[in-house]
Ligand binder design. Structure first.
Ligand code: NAP
Length: 259
């Protein structure tokens, strides 16, 4: 299938590694030019070079923290009028809600809710004027099935999801869609870091713990980032203009509900 987005321009936030990187690769496969972001320059440069060499699309790498005003400004100076925006940032740390201060909450809400809303605010009008826009928010399966120790994530991402549920029904009239992609367990650095405490506490190798957890998923494995990237590329395609305000779980069937 031709996704019909060759030559379009995308901002993919937090994309030197993991799910953001996979979305960037899947869009590059469709001929989309990219602006990539991450805080650490080395891996960002490596990803940008890898994609340019393999897919021949134009890739700009903007090093900076997307959760800051300066970080977003640098990205929007490079690409003020994207056709596609993939919102992403690192997830908040796990913990016990008794320990979280207002400052902890503000950091999580800033990173996983307000940063995405601000980038949408600064790009969506242009998309509507040009009659094409695809916005995908990378959130979490925790939006649908909250995980107690990830309360900061549950709260902040639910806020973003609620906000987008409203505006996505307005923007779609201008062929601008806004959807959430909700990852369950995908094999990335982030997943490894969430398993590390269990490995440390039990003194067992992390690989053993990973294999055990993977078996608990109905698919009997973790998701692969490229599976996530493919779903993102479809939502960003010309074909997906009738899908908006949706929150799509990619979790191997772990969520046990009928819908
Ligand atoms: P990852 O493998 O750790 O990759 C995170 C990427 O984001 C890196 O490129 C990182 O580069 C960049 N990044 C992080 N914070 C940033 C910031 N403030 N500004 C710019 N770039 C930033 O993580 P992932 O697994 O892809 O996860 C992506 C998102 O999905 C996270 O919010 C995570 O919580 C959520 N999620 C993941 C899973 C999973 O199983 N993987 C499940 C549920 C939810 P730098 O560190 O250099 O900035």
């Amino acid at each position: 299938m031709d996704f019909g987005i060759k030559g379009r321009r995308a901002i993919i936030c937090a994309s030197s590694k993991g799910l953001g990187r996979a979305c960037a690769i899947a869009l590059a496969e469709e001929g989309v030019d990219l602006v990539l972001t991450a805080r650490t320059e080395g891996p960002l440069k490596d990803t940008a070079e890898f994609i340019t060499n393999k897919y021949g699309v134009d890739v700009k790498a903007i090093a900076g923290d997307i959760t800051t005003v300066e970080g977003r400004k640098a990205v929007l100076e490079e690409c003020a009028s994207p056709d596609i925006l993939v919102n992403n940032a690192g997830g908040p740390p796990p913990g016990d809600f008794h320990d979280w201060t207002i400052d902890d909450w503000m950091k999580a809400i800033n990173a996983n809710m307000l940063t995405a809303i601000e980038l949408i605010r600064q790009t969506v009008d242009g998309m509507q004027d040009r009659k094409f826009g695809r916005i995908v928010n990378i959130t979490s399966a925790a939006v649908k099935a909250p995980i107690d120790i990830l309360g900061l994530s549950n709260g902040a991402r639910a806020g973003l999801t609620g906000f987008c549920a409203g505006i996505s029904r307005k923007t779609v009239a201008h062929n601008v869609t806004i959807n959430g992609l909700l990852p369950g367990p995908f094999e990335t650095d982030r997943l490894l870091s969430t398993m590390a405490p269990a490995a440390k506490a039990t003194g067992r190798p992390i690989e053993e713990i990973m294999a055990e957890r993977a078996k608990l998923n109905p698919a009997g494995r973790f998701g692969q980032p490229e599976e996530f990237g493919a779903a993102c590329a479809f939502l960003c395609s010309d074909k997906a203009g009738f899908i908006t305000g949706q929150n799509i779980l990619l979790d191997g069937g772990a969520f046990p509900g009928t819908m």
